[in-house]
Write a protein that binds this ligand. Structure first.
Ligand SMILES: [Zn+2]
Length: 350
């Protein structure tokens, strides 16, 4: 989401003037209606304070906005094949659905063709779209449902298996266990995008950029394993986390002191322990870590363990690069990895 006021004002002007030069450059989320639009949308223009601006459609979806039916902001140019429109409609009708091959043929669509057209038009895969929409709805629901749930909690629903959070409503019940554990979702803005933290008063369980590939799977695993119910809210852990992250992004040298819940195999935990020992401003290669573990053939396994880390920044998986010095992958995207490494180099020098 764009936070710079001057940038917002520029985009707002383009929105009001329906400036076609801005189609596809930004997406305007309208808070009063919950939809997002292209600059040139012919619908009545909202007030400035009711607009959020995004640089990608995926971001707008993740913020809980749905595509406008008038300007169809996901299409650029404005002609969309019928099968693609059908897929978007189906997602709106049934957002929690996980798509299988058979679902395409049920709609009379040839899966590969429909997927290819979707990708061409929207710049993201259909699965990515459906997931972003689903997650966005859950996030929004978390934010808006907090008051209702606070009430439920104060009435003593905490231990009741009938207690349902946004994820349960949108993605189904994780498990039929009696004991649920309530954790707080808290969103933290950073210069490189919004992050989601999951924590209770004891531990931080997850910290990820909201558009991270695979985030939904990570949350599902936590929900299955611990019977989490995720509600919006603050606690001592996420407040302290937000403070420390703020200082980190201000380039203050900082040792994070947040209790982390690390949920992984023995091997993964070994890898993560090594990650945690890499000083800021420096990097190790996957091979270095494999060697440190006494098995230089485990490079790929180290890479996988690195990717399985779900506490971004605090367990600094971004400090692991390829043996040849290339950056290698990053769950939050390569641009963020670059940014974080540069930030840390400057912080150490300062
Ligand atoms: Zn519109």
């Amino acid at each position: 989401m764009i936070t710079s006021t001057s940038q917002k004002q520029e985009f707002y002007r383009a929105l009001v003037e329906k400036d076609p030069a801005y189609d596809g450059i930004f997406f305007a989320g309208i808070k009063t209606t919950g939809i997002f639009c292209h600059a040139t949308c012919t619908a009545r223009k909202p007030k400035f304070e009711n607009c959020d601006f995004f640089l990608s459609a995926e971001e707008a979806l993740l913020a809980g906005f749905r595509p406008c039916k008038i300007c169809r902001p996901l299409s650029f140019p404005h002609t969309i094949p019928e099968e693609v429109q059908m897929l978007v409609r189906e997602v709106e009708r049934n957002p929690e659905k996980r798509w299988q091959e058979a679902d395409f043929s049920k709609l009379g669509l040839h899966s590969a063709t429909a997927r290819r057209k979707f990708k061409t038009i929207y710049g993201m895969t259909f699965v990515q779209y459906a997931r972003a929409r689903r997650m966005g709805m859950a996030f929004k629901e978390i934010m808006e449902g907090s008051r209702v749930i606070d009430q439920q909690l104060s009435l003593g629903y905490e231990s009741s298996s009938g207690f349902n959070d946004a994820f349960t409503k949108i993605m189904g019940n994780p498990a039929k266990k009696a004991d649920i554990r309530v954790v707080n979702a808290h969103f933290i803005s950073t210069p490189i995008g919004r992050m989601l933290s999951l924590s209770d008063e004891n531990y931080l369980y997850l910290l990820e950029f909201v558009d991270r590939r695979g985030l939904e799977r990570e949350i599902e695993k936590l929900r299955q394993k611990h019977n989490f119910r995720i509600i919006h809210g603050q606690n001592s852990i996420n407040q302290e986390l937000e403070r420390q992250l703020g200082r980190y992004f201000q380039k203050e040298p900082i040792d994070f002191s947040i209790p982390l819940y690390m949920d992984g195999s023995a091997f993964q935990k070994q890898v993560w322990a090594i990650l945690a020992s890499i000083p800021a401003g420096t990097t190790l290669s996957y091979r270095d870590i494999a060697r440190e573990l006494g098995n230089k053939d485990k490079v790929r396994a180290v890479g996988n363990a690195n990717g399985a880390n779900q506490i971004a920044i605090l367990i600094p998986c971004h400090r692991v690069i390829k043996t040849d010095g290339e950056l290698g992958g990053y769950g939050g995207g390569i641009q963020r990895k670059k940014y974080l490494l540069e930030l840390e180099r400057q912080a150490v020098k300062a």
